[in-house]
Design a protein around this ligand. Structure first.
Ligand code: PRX
Length: 645
């Protein structure tokens, strides 16, 4: 498979970028010619950002799994689609060829059908990183069901909220998952999430850890039994088939919940055609994928990075995608490098948090490991500091591999700003240039484009995008108005990313972090309001305020100021209690790193918490707190400064 749309030089990048902006319809139509359609489009693009309404390839019919699987069968049936590395290095690696993937996805699509799942139904997937997770995702896509994958670290309460929001009737899960030294009892978490649930009709349970599970008659079924039965239906004379549902270009493909600055997480909706094009196009260009390369994205499929760069992007490009069940530090901090050596990985794509945490172990875990197969190193999820960038470059890439710093979001479907490996220049800690079709603009608080450069020629502002690219979110599930107000109403006719950015004179962008009340903890998004709501659920908590502070490994840590009445035991016991409550309401990723008990919070006369002050104190900057004259009770600040954790 060759990629006629692969950009091969800086000149071509500039030419393609220009054409994508001047003639977006013909540009994207020519890319779309490289995909399999059941029916071609009537119109390439129809949009406005006021409603918002965004339609790419309107009138086209397709099924993404025919692009990700069937079209490769003629030439790649025996080539690996996935190479799976288990948590325990002693366990056997599994290689899933395109033929095997086809068989399993057809089988699982039949399982879904046998259990009553129809096009448009919502299926929640809560599994560990096993190949069956990919079969489940693709099985849903095969029959046109909308998958909603939930990361295995989320709590029962979080799952219950997501099940309710999506009105999901089906769940696919595992008995348990292995992660490092831990066995996580996923099915038991699902059981808790289902207490009081009235919509879920069926739970399909894949056996991974063979931990004891309760199986409720009439509701819970074993994956293995269902798959065996389905095989008889999909296989005739050794030929496996299951018809791929004909989907409209704009039919929803999946929902993925993500945190915002207000309320509960929202269900970002991506649709079939645009998402397919965008993940494939960016995969081929950003990573400069060459047929036969082994691509290792270390993310979990529970996050958008896994959706786009473990499953859909690589498969649609006919690539070989590594899938790793475990964690980078188990059994020791050399695990990633063992995998690179063992499988001759060509590209590793990970988060700055992982790089920083491995940096802390020094270079011993790398010694003696053959990393010469590596051609490209990637990062995603949060700004990468220069120290981590250079460590990655020197110790992993041996200064021979381009580093791509890819900036994007759950809402953008795939990468928006990044250098193209070895084709466009990299600049440490800068994401650099926009992808073709992406028109960034930096605006001030009033939505006016910033034009005033600092003494180094740098512009600074809030990052917005002027026009739709194929992978932009279409709505938030069940609440289009929420989508409008969150992303399209802050600045008229612009998509607002929530990030701040710098732009240099060469047109490179550097993402500086969120400008809203969203934290980025180890590359994962968490809203401060969400954490506060969870803390406030804890009995005895009167009020709380949560801010981020710089954290050496996680990028940002969570600092909570809590007004609390009546400790049960000492303060530390209360801290542990509060952490447990947050783990139960959201999940362990949202646990505060620091909790400071305070008598009051700095508020304005109108009752608004002055987070700016709390942020500064959490950051250790207690000298200059700015103007505190509007505070209702300035003494509170002094007390908070003294009690800083
Ligand atoms: O703040 C940006 C940061 O992560 C946010 C998106 O988070 P999420 O939807 O969970 O997706 C993460 C994986 C795509 C962004 O708003 N972010 C992501 N990539 C980068 C980044 N910040 C700086 N540099 C990046 N490369």
């Amino acid at each position: 498979m060759s990629y006629p749309y692969q950009i091969k030089s800086l000149e071509q990048y500039h030419a393609d970028y220009k054409r994508s902006v001047e003639e977006p319809e013909s540009f994207w139509a020519s890319v779309a010619e490289n995909f399999v359609w059941k029916k071609k489009w009537d119109r390439v693009l129809d949009w406005n950002f006021t409603e918002p309404k965004i339609e790419w390839f309107g009138g086209a019919k397709l099924n993404i799994t025919e692009n990700c699987i069937d079209r490769h069968l003629a030439t790649k049936a025996d080539k690996p689609a996935f190479i799976w590395e288990p948590n325990n290095p002693e366990e056997r690696t599994r290689v899933v060829t395109y033929a095997r993937l086809h068989k399993r996805v057809c089988q699982f699509a039949q399982v879904l059908k046998n259990n009553g799942v129809k096009k448009g139904d919502r299926v929640c997937i809560y599994m560990g990183m096993v190949p069956e997770l990919a079969y489940a995702v693709l099985g849903c896509a095969r029959i046109g069901a909308i998958h909603s994958v939930i990361f295995g670290g989320f709590s029962a309460q979080s799952i219950a909220d997501r099940l309710y929001d999506a009105q999901a009737e089906y769940i696919v899960t595992c008995d348990g998952a292995y992660r490092g030294g831990k066995d996580i009892p996923l099915k038991s978490v699902i059981d808790d999430a289902l207490i009081g649930n009235r919509t879920v009709k069926r739970v399909i349970v894949y056996t991974r850890t063979r931990t004891p599970v309760s199986m409720i008659k009439g509701r819970d079924v074993w994956w293995e039994d269902e798959m065996e039965y389905a095989l008889e239906q999909v296989e005739k004379d050794g030929v496996v088939s299951f018809p791929a549902e004909e989907m409209d270009a704009e039919d929803p493909l999946f929902i993925l919940y993500t945190s915002g600055s207000t309320g509960k997480p929202k269900g970002v909706v991506h649709t079939c055609a645009g998402y397919m094009l965008w993940t494939t196009y960016t995969f081929v260009n950003v990573f400069q994928y060459q047929p036969g390369d082994i691509h290792f994205c270390t993310a979990d499929i529970g996050w958008v990075t896994g959706h786009s760069y473990i499953v859909y992007g690589p498969l649609s490009a006919g690539a070989t995608s590594m899938m790793f069940e475990g964690i980078p530090t188990w059994p020791d901090a050399g695990r990633f490098w063992d995998i690179v050596e063992k499988h001759k990985v060509n590209c590793i794509y990970t988060a700055p948090t992982a790089i920083r945490s491995l940096m802390n172990f020094g270079t011993d875990p790398i010694k003696g490991k053959d990393l010469s197969s590596l051609k490209v190193l990637g990062t995603v999820g949060e700004p990468i500091n220069e120290e981590a960038w250079h460590w990655y470059d020197e110790n992993i890439g041996k200064k021979k591999c381009p580093i791509i710093d890819t900036w994007w979001q759950t809402e953008t479907g795939a990468c928006l700003i990044s250098n193209l490996a070895g084709v466009t220049p990299s600049k440490p800690s800068w994401a650099t240039l926009p992808m073709p079709g992406v028109q960034p603009v930096l605006v001030d608080e009033n939505g006016k484009e910033v034009t005033e450069k600092d003494e180094n020629g740098i512009l600074k502002g809030n990052l917005c995008i002027k026009a739709p690219w194929p992978g932009i979110l279409r709505t938030t599930y069940g609440d289009h108005e929420r989508c409008r107000t969150n992303y399209f109403a802050t600045y008229p006719n612009l998509y607002f990313t929530g990030d701040g950015a710098l732009k240099d004179e060469q047109g490179n962008y550097r993402i500086t972090g969120r400008v809203d009340d969203v934290l980025n903890i180890s590359g994962h998004r968490i809203g401060t309001a969400e954490v506060e709501n969870a803390i406030n659920m804890h009995s005895g908590v009167v009020e709380s305020a949560v801010v981020g502070y710089p954290h050496d490994i996680k990028g940002q840590g969570i600092y909570a100021y809590v007004i609390y009445q009546g400790h049960h035991g000492d303060e530390n016991s209360t801290r542990l209690d509060i952490n447990l409550t947050v783990s139960k309401i959201i999940g362990p990723i949202a646990k505060p790193d620091k909790i400071q008990f305070v008598k009051g919070l700095p508020k304005t006369r109108s009752g608004k918490i002055m987070r700016r002050i709390l942020r500064k104190i959490a950051e250790g900057e207690t000298g200059n707190l700015g103007d505190t004259s509007t505070l209702l009770d300035p003494e509170v600040v002094e007390e908070i400064k003294v009690g800083r954790q």
